[in-house]
Design a protein around this ligand. Structure first.
Ligand code: PHE
Length: 361
């Protein structure tokens, strides 16, 4: 009997010792100590033995069982230690390596430029306001002092929509807004002066060539208060251009112009120089047109229910693509709308790089 037990113990021991991973160790445990394992099966035979023999064999079997269990436990610890050592060697992290940012795309230059414009004007106390892209004739033209059927309406090549069913004339006529000046009207009719608003938004004109796309972006401004005059307009817009183009002594000039909704009206230019086909903003002997502006026409104030003897205002509007092209040296207007990822990763901005005037734009 002793020899049989010894053989069993040797067999099971070598099974445990041969297990070189946790799974084969578990297989060995089941084979030895499991419900149908070798030792368990042998325990079951004890019932058929004479009492003295049963006691002796029972004790001896228990000893073997205990020895095997201890052996398994030891082997398990060794394998776990080995497993941990392997993982530490395999999965090491090099903490000295620089962080590689995920490819999360880039902020489009239009968005970046609008954010910069809002940051500059916010510092001067202007709030952002928005209006709908689909407008009516009243907000786009009539209230802005474009007389009915007047040639001034043809300054803008307008996309018209089908008339609103059941309505007539002015009220029925819908269109895609041709400028953001519509939001001047919406603000002045909805709220009480004083106002200081800026309006970023998409506008639409039926035009397509190197310098025109049927959709583009404008950025509008309106300030209405008591005793506002041309000096406020000039000071505000000069400060804006110097902050936006980051040139402290940027020369500016205002040229007389015409818009139905401002009187007087002006076009603002900034100084620049052109050398060897390159353009640089700042000193020099040349000028670049940057925006349209003027004092809000008294008729426009009155159309919105504002007493023009008590309140005055100035307004301005600029093309976002145009000033983005000038600031960031983007040569072709049409590329803004082509959704070419190579263009975007070249001219785009990092998502974390939110414009703010404190750190410089
Ligand atoms: N709305 C004008 C345009 O689209 C720009 C402008 C805005 C001019 C406000 C003067 C005042 O050309």
């Amino acid at each position: 009997m002793d020899a049989q037990l010894k053989a069993l113990k040797d067999e099971l021991s070598s099974l445990v010792e041969a297990a070189n991973d946790l799974q084969s160790l578990e297989d060995a445990r089941v084979k030895a100590l499991g419900k149908k394992g070798r030792i368990t099966e042998m325990m079951k035979t004890l019932g058929g033995l004479a009492p003295e023999e049963r006691k002796q064999l029972g004790q001896a079997l228990n000893v073997v069982k205990q020895e095997i269990a201890t052996l398994i436990e030891g082997q398990q610890k060794a394998l776990r230690r080995q497993d941990m050592a392997d993982r530490l060697a395999r999965e090491h992290v090099d903490v000295t390596q620089s962080v590689r940012p995920q490819q999360v795309g880039a902020v489009h230059p239009i968005t970046q430029t609008v954010d910069e414009l809002i940051a500059i004007f916010a510092e001067m106390g202007f709030k952002a306001a928005l209006g709908p892209d689909i407008e009516d004739d009243f907000h786009n033209f009539t209230a802005l002092n474009f007389p009915p059927e007047h040639p001034a309406r043809e300054m803008h090549d307008t996309f018209y929509l089908p008339d609103v069913p059941g309505k007539q004339g002015d009220e029925a006529r819908r269109l895609l807004r041709t400028h953001t000046s519509t939001v001047q009207i919406r603000t002045m009719m909805d709220q009480k002066p004083p106002f200081k608003i800026v309006v970023p938004g998409r506008v639409y004109r039926s035009d397509y060539d190197i310098t025109h796309t049927p959709v583009f972006h404008q950025f509008e401004g309106l300030m209405v208060d008591k005793n506002i005059h041309m000096g406020h307009l000039k000071g505000c817009l000069t400060d804006f251009c110097r902050a936006f183009f980051k040139v402290d002594d940027l020369p500016v000039r205002f040229r007389p112009s015409y818009f139905p909704f401002t009187e007087p009206s002006a076009e603002m230019d900034i100084g620049c120089s052109r050398k060897d086909g390159g353009l640089s903003i700042g000193g020099g002997d040349d000028w670049l047109e940057i925006l349209g502006c003027g004092m809000v026409h008294p008729n426009v104030l009155e159309n919105c229910g504002i007493d023009s003897t008590e309140y005055q205002g100035f307004a301005f509007g600029m093309g976002v693509e145009r000033i983005a092209m000038l600031k960031y040296g983007i040569p072709d207007l049409r590329s803004f709308f082509e959704s070419d990822r190579r263009w975007l990763s070249h001219y785009g901005f990092a998502a974390q790089d939110v414009p703010n005037t404190a750190k410089g734009l």
